[in-house]
Write a protein that binds this ligand. Structure first.
Ligand code: ADP
Ligand code: MG
Length: 297
């Protein structure tokens, strides 16, 4: 039977905004020696904003915004939210589109009356058979050197433009990571679907060693990283916020989602849900686990 200390700890967690789905995860928390973080929406705030916009060839900024906003209207991703908001703020009506389909970690595809529209990263376009010319690559490089996430838009076979999307690192991230190290959790890494330069700069700011920053990862690759760490004998906690994190959350010894209502898949798949948009609850959870195990022993 479940020890009363565990039941009471679950209650303590709930009152602080930490939903622990089973007492087992409190016991697992005590053994955690490695924490792997997602970037967007987890170490970063995920409140993204369009900061720059560049149209190529015959396309103009209004048209690419209208096309992109239409394609993104069904996506829960922070990039989608940024583009839809940008269109509204500039009174640009989204083109109507029949069907949209999003691929976690890569982007969205839509069918509109003007043809196929793709919005996403370079890998997404390449995998969809779109050629990215040098001038577009150079533009993307300069955006990521400025710390922005470059998001491409293509219509049919043509590159139409690039959005530079800005995110901000959570104000509590660096302190939470420093506190994890203080309680002896020194193996801290990050995995992102975003570009290498953007991921590294967030990692650097938060105090993560550059060799522990993995970028350009789709959901299955995030899960593989968790598995590889486990094969090396590690007890892994994965912290993420999106549908793209679901496989890694399920694979981890403890999968923790930082709960925003939109992220229902991450919330369902995780073992622990942080109900407030505050990463310091991660530390509270691990400490709660340690205290609970001490009481039982
Ligand atoms: P992270 O792993 O850091 O949370 P994601 O895996 O969610 O990042 O996204 C990785 C990249 O995939 C984004 O930086 C973006 O370029 C692209 N992407 C994902 N979803 C979308 C979308 N709905 N629209 C445009 N780009 C997207
Ligand atoms: Mg994320």
């Amino acid at each position: 039977s479940t020890p009363s200390a565990v039941i009471s700890a679950i209650g303590v967690g709930a009152r602080r905004g930490i939903l622990v789905k089973s007492g087992l995860y409190l016991e697992e928390a005590e053994k955690i020696d490695t924490v792997l973080f997602d970037k967007t929406g987890t170490l970063s705030s995920g409140k993204m904003r369009v900061k720059s916009i560049k149209a190529f060839g015959n396309f103009d900024e209004v048209l690419i915004t209208a096309l992109a906003a239409a394609a993104e209207c069904g996506s829960e991703h922070p990039v989608a939210d940024a583009i839809v908001r940008y269109a509204k703020e500039n009174s640009i009506d989204a083109e109507s589109c029949a069907k949209t389909n999003s691929t976690p970690g890569l982007g969205v595809e839509a069918q509109s009356c003007s043809g196929r529209v793709l919005v996403g990263n370079a890998r997404f376009l390449a995998e969809s058979g779109i050629f990215i010319p040098d001038y577009a690559k150079i533009e993307a490089e300069s955006l990521s050197n400025e710390g922005m996430t470059p998001v491409f838009i293509a219509q049919n076979e043509d590159i139409a433009g690039i959005f530079g999307i800005e995110d901000s690192i959570r104000e509590e991230s660096a302190a939470v990571l420093a506190d994890l190290k203080k309680i002896g959790i020194n193996n801290i890494s990050m995995v992102s679907g975003d570009k290498c330069e953007v991921a590294k700069s967030v990692g650097r700011y938060c105090g993560i060693n550059q060799e522990n920053v993995f970028s350009g990862a789709v959901p299955g690759e995030k899960k593989s990283i968790v598995k590889n760490l486990q094969s090396a004998g590690r007890k892994v906690c994965f912290v993420g916020d999106g549908v793209n994190d679901a496989p890694a959350l399920a694979q981890a010894n403890v999968g923790i989602s930082i709960g925003k209502r939109e992220n229902s898949v991450a919330i369902e798949t995780s073992h622990v849900v942080l109900l407030k948009d505050d990463l310091s609850l991660l530390l509270s959870f691990i400490l709660l686990g340690k205290r609970t195990v001490k009481t039982i022993k």
